[in-house]
Design a protein around this ligand. Structure first.
Ligand SMILES: [Zn+2]
Length: 286
């Protein structure tokens, strides 16, 4: 009896600790820095806009309704270390990172693409930097070796939907399938499901936040859009990153979805410059 009660208390304490850690990590993300560089998004979809800090753990308690609790009785006990608290349902994505000094986050979307991703991985490895890759399921399923290479190098692999649709145009079941199937491919390849996701075109809606939270993911947008997908020239991409550089900035680039040789070449030029300027290239931890 007594030991059972102790186990329950220990579990409660562990869950409480997990939630606190999650909240602290989330607090690192805040409102965007002043708009820098090119700020518009592909196809003009500016679903993110300029918004304040992400909402707090508003809907978290709502999820633990009595009926939900009954479906997850304490008898289905798992060691606390292997439980992960779900993130709260957000109302907007994180746009930048704050409170971590002179740090920046580099993100690459739409891959992996065997033509361009290896070049980006090579440069990041050369400078011993970690980045985030928001992959599409339909690309990831055929390039699982690249997913594993990303993870082995310490990069964060995030979910960018299966087929890169405009999420707000989809029925709820399709949104669930797009995000769920992509998380499955990532989990199959890496052994762990992704903790971050990004809506294609930065076009989010309420359902995508709810489903993302159900799948255990936090939404991350960006601060500086390099608009590299328009193939503006390597020099222009480099200049947009360097002009937009500031503490907490999240940079958006692409390693797939078209000819991305300029994006690959640009990274080779701006990454050493960012490091020379004293920036720490990092990834968020949850
Ligand atoms: Zn994309």
């Amino acid at each position: 009896m007594l030991s059972g009660r102790r186990a329950v208390l220990r579990l409660a304490a562990a869950l409480g600790a997990t939630v606190t850690v999650g909240a602290l990590a989330a607090d690192r993300f805040a409102a965007p820095a002043p708009a820098t560089g090119a700020a518009s998004t592909p196809q003009g979809a500016s679903g993110t806009g300029r918004v304040g800090p992400a909402a707090g753990p508003r809907a978290h308690s709502a999820r633990l309704s009595p009926s939900t609790y009954r479906l997850q009785p304490m008898t289905s006990y798992a060691p606390p270390a292997f439980r992960r608290a779900l993130p709260p349902v957000r109302q907007r994505p994180f746009l930048s990172m704050s409170g971590v000094g002179r740090s920046m986050v580099l993100t690459f979307d739409d891959g992996p693409d065997p033509r361009y991703t290896p070049g980006i991985l090579e440069t990041l490895r050369h400078y011993d930097c970690r980045a985030m890759f928001f992959v599409c399921g339909e690309m990831a399923v055929d390039n699982q070796d690249l997913l594993r290479e990303m993870a082995e190098d310490g990069h964060v692999v995030g979910n960018h939907s299966w087929s890169h649709p405009l999420i707000p145009k989809l029925r709820p079941s399709r949104i669930r399938a797009e995000l769920g199937s992509t998380s499955e491919v990532i989990e199959k390849a890496l052994g762990t499901a992704p903790l971050w996701y990004r809506a294609p075109y930065g076009a989010w809606n309420r359902l995508s936040f709810e489903i993302g939270a159900e799948l255990g993911m936090e939404p991350l947008a960006w601060t500086v859009d390099t608009l590299d997908w328009t193939e503006p020239g390597t020099g222009t991409i480099v200049r947009r990153v360097l002009d937009g550089a500031a503490p907490g900035v999240v940079v958006l680039s692409h390693d797939a979805g078209g000819n991305r040789s300029q994006s690959v070449a640009a990274l080779r030029r701006y990454l050493p410059e960012l490091l020379d300027a004293g920036y720490h290239i990092t990834v968020p931890r949850r």
